[in-house]
Design a protein around this ligand. Structure first.
Ligand code: HEM
Length: 438
């Protein structure tokens, strides 16, 4: 996202009581973690009046690990909002590509993954080979890109870490995977910003854009779709070793046919919305942990086998996606004595579940020997678990291995505002650092 966001920080107040907890208003992102303490102590199920999925119902913020882990594993009781919309779309019988205001990924779901079995096949056959368990094929490329980025600033002694590393690395990696021209990285970023716009500029728990904001978002998304369509055409004419070429050639078993351009366009959209900013935020937060938590950097330098544990702890302590309103209740429920009627909207607060004192021993400590630390909910769990988790984990480990090889130590430069973008992602706007090379 643009680091000069004109967001309102005037309302930035730290909550001292449950009545003051508001995770979604302007400036709230600066005090999320104080709010989680209050939610854990007083309201593990917190009602947001009048903001339910069905008219007349409410929304509820869930902040406990056991509750969220249960919800994401039971699609019958807690259906995914997107699936409800998809069902309606399929029942309408129309051509999804002609519906105004539909993203290419939603349109592609009508044919590619209309039910849970095909959702699984979509993942196994189409995305896993590149960003799931097959992500290791990208290892050498990620090393090369990480080193190239460090080359750009290693002689200067200082770096704006977000734009010059944490953000740039996932962009370059995704471009390489897709077969997106590196010369068009600026466009990739612009299109990525368009995709995630609701999660940054949207209001309330469910990231609503105004009609005008949606209109301008779709101006960008239409350009993205057209650009991608041309790229797919080129890959069909001149196949390369990349994910888009693969998608033009693979036979998708549930349909016993190859994919259409529209379907491929939808998958590219999914990779761009999921694969850029999330990993950026993970790496940027981990840098702050390394500067602030004494001894961890040196321990990792001594023993690289602890890097995976570090990145898992980093994602647990500072979840990039703090929460999502992706589930609803299909029947009346009771959580911790609180009635949640059918049709309520559930806001799953992954970040607070990751600090739940009933789940984690000393939740605020960064422990490199934590038992089963990867059970955090940063990527969700169950059938809908993030399909790009393997790629992101690999990127994070390589990002740190590269820096540990080449840099002796990092420190904050004096000019850091430590402000975050609005929305539901934990995105620090800039990180000015000084360093000594190794
Ligand atoms: C630290 C990095 C990341 C985080 C924190 C993250 C988090 C999440 C979360 C919480 C979900 C929602 C799951 C649910 O509703 O139960 C999700 C879904 C998704 N993620 Fe990620 N993600 C990350 C990286 C990636 C990457 C690298 C990609 C692509 C290469 C990706 C692609 C997606 C997609 C496409 C979905 C939607 C589900 C689907 O279409 O199958 N994510 N992610």
């Amino acid at each position: 996202m643009d680091k000069h966001l004109n967001h309102n920080t005037s309302a930035m107040r730290c909550p001292h009581s449950l009545a003051e907890v508001d995770l979604f208003s302007p400036g709230a992102q600066e005090h999320w973690y104080e709010a989680y303490d209050i939610l854990h102590a007083e309201a593990p199920v917190h009602r947001i009046p009048g903001e339910g999925y069905v008219e007349g119902t409410d929304a509820f913020i869930l902040s406990k690990h056991e509750d969220i882990a249960m919800v994401v594993r039971d699609e019958e009781r807690f259906p995914v909002v997107g699936s409800i919309a998809l069902k309606k779309l399929i029942e309408s019988g129309g051509d999804p590509t002609t519906i105004p205001g539909i993203t290419s990924v939603s349109a592609s779901m009508v044919t590619l993954r209309p039910n849970p079995e095909m959702w699984r096949a979509h993942r196994q056959e189409l995305t896993d080979p590149w960003v799931g368990p097959g992500a290791s094929r990208n290892e050498a490329m990620i090393h090369r890109e990480a080193n190239w980025l460090v080359d750009q600033w290693i002689d200067s002694g200082n770096v704006e870490f977000v734009s010059q590393y944490a953000q740039a690395l996932p962009q370059r990696v995704m471009a390489n995977i897709l077969g997106w021209p590196i010369s068009d990285l600026t466009l990739l970023k612009r299109f990525g910003d368009g995709c995630v716009k609701p999660f940054v500029y949207g209001s309330r728990h469910n990231n609503q854009l105004t009609a005008e904001e949606t209109r301008s978002q779709f101006e960008v998304l239409d350009k993205f779709k057209n650009y991608t369509a041309e790229l797919i055409r080129q890959k069909r004419a001149q196949p390369q070793d990349d994910m888009i070429t693969f998608l033009t050639q693979v036979e998708y078993s549930p349909l016993a046919r190859r994919l259409t351009d529209v379907e491929i366009n939808g998958i590219v959209y999914a990779m761009v919305i999921g694969g850029l900013e999330t990993t950026q935020y993970a790496v940027a937060e981990q840098m702050q942990l390394l500067i602030e938590r004494e001894g961890v950097w040196d321990e990792l330098k001594r023993d690289r086998s602890k890097l995976r544990a570090f990145t898992e702890e980093g994602m647990r302590l500072r979840s990039p996606t703090q929460g999502l309103s992706t589930r609803v209740t299909s029947r009346d429920e009771v959580f911790h004595g609180v009635k949640i009627p059918k049709g309520s909207w559930l806001h799953l607060r992954w970040a607070s579940a990751n600090l739940d004192p009933d789940e984690w021993d000393c939740p605020l400590e960064l422990k490199l020997d934590r038992k089963a630390g990867s059970r955090h909910l940063t990527f969700s769990q169950g059938a809908r678990v993030c399909p790009g988790a393997s790629l992101s984990r690999l990127e994070q480990v390589i990002a740190w291995n590269t820096l540990l090889d080449r840099i002796k130590s990092f420190a904050y430069a004096p000019n850091n505002p430590f402000l975050h973008q609005p929305g539901i992602m934990l995105g620090i706007l800039e990180l000015n650092l000084t360093f000594e090379r190794a």
